[in-house]
Design a protein around this ligand. Structure first.
Ligand code: AMP
Length: 207
């Protein structure tokens, strides 16, 4: 089975995709993490995409499509896409090359999205998520799991968040409509506990 998770930033796509991947064995493919790994490792690609990511702008398709194709080709399992496709041309590329069985849209208002993202933190080393509103590390600034430094993403600032929301409403929603017209989109309220959201996703996917 091949699945896409859509939702505004902060709707919990990454968290839900990770749990879903552990439960189903489907491969979690997230373009944002792939780009951040490249930035950390100072690769050529990382240097090219850095400025777009820090502003909250979309990375040009030529870099995105390459990274997605690398991640999806030669997979021996199905996949869960998180962060891709984000505009109509990425949607077309995906539909030409791969079969998509189900699409989950995690629904959240922009106000809640902004509040969650401003409070979002992550461990610099093991990438564990924290949130200053509801999931604080036990020791301020230190990861509970690995002792790494807990930091804020550079693009989790108000200007970049607004631009990302704008891109979601103006570009990503057009792609979601294409899948909705195929009748394969299920909508889940993302303003609930993590476990309740996961339960609804599993029910909708029939797994
Ligand atoms: P995310 O972790 O999904 O919020 O992605 C972080 C940033 O990576 C985005 O704000 C974009 O700059 C870039 N990015 C991730 N996925 C894509 C994509 N499919 N198309 C264009 N840019 C992307």
């Amino acid at each position: 089975m091949n699945v896409i998770l859509f939702g505004v930033q902060g709707s919990g796509k990454g968290t839900q995709a990770k749990i879903l991947s552990e439960k189903t064995g489907l491969k979690h493919v997230t373009t944002g993490d792939l780009f951040r790994e490249n930035i950390e490792n100072k690769t050529e690609l990382g240097k090219k995409v850095l400025e777009f990511i820090e502003k909250g702008d979309l990375v040009p398709d030529k870099y995105v499509l390459e990274i997605v194709q690398d991640a999806l080709d030669n997979l021996s399992t199905g996949f869960i896409l998180d962060g891709f496709p984000r505009n109509p041309s990425q949607g077309e590329f995906l539909l030409k090359k791969y079969n998509i069985d189900k699409v989950v849209l995690l629904e959240l208002t922009d106000d809640v999205s902004v509040k969650r993202l401003m409070a979002r933190r992550l461990c610099k080393d093991c990438k564990t998520d924290y949130n200053m509103l509801y999931k604080l590390p036990k020791k301020e600034g230190i990861c509970d799991l690995c002792g790494g430094e807990v930091i804020q993403r550079k693009d989790d600032n108000e200007t970049a968040i607004k631009l990302r929301l704008d891109k979601f409403h103006n570009e990503t929603e057009q792609v979601i409509k294409v899948f909705a017209d195929k009748g394969i989109v299920c909508r889940v309220n993302a303003d609930q506990e993590i476990g309740a959201i996961q339960k609804e996703i599993l029910e909708n996917l029939g797994v």
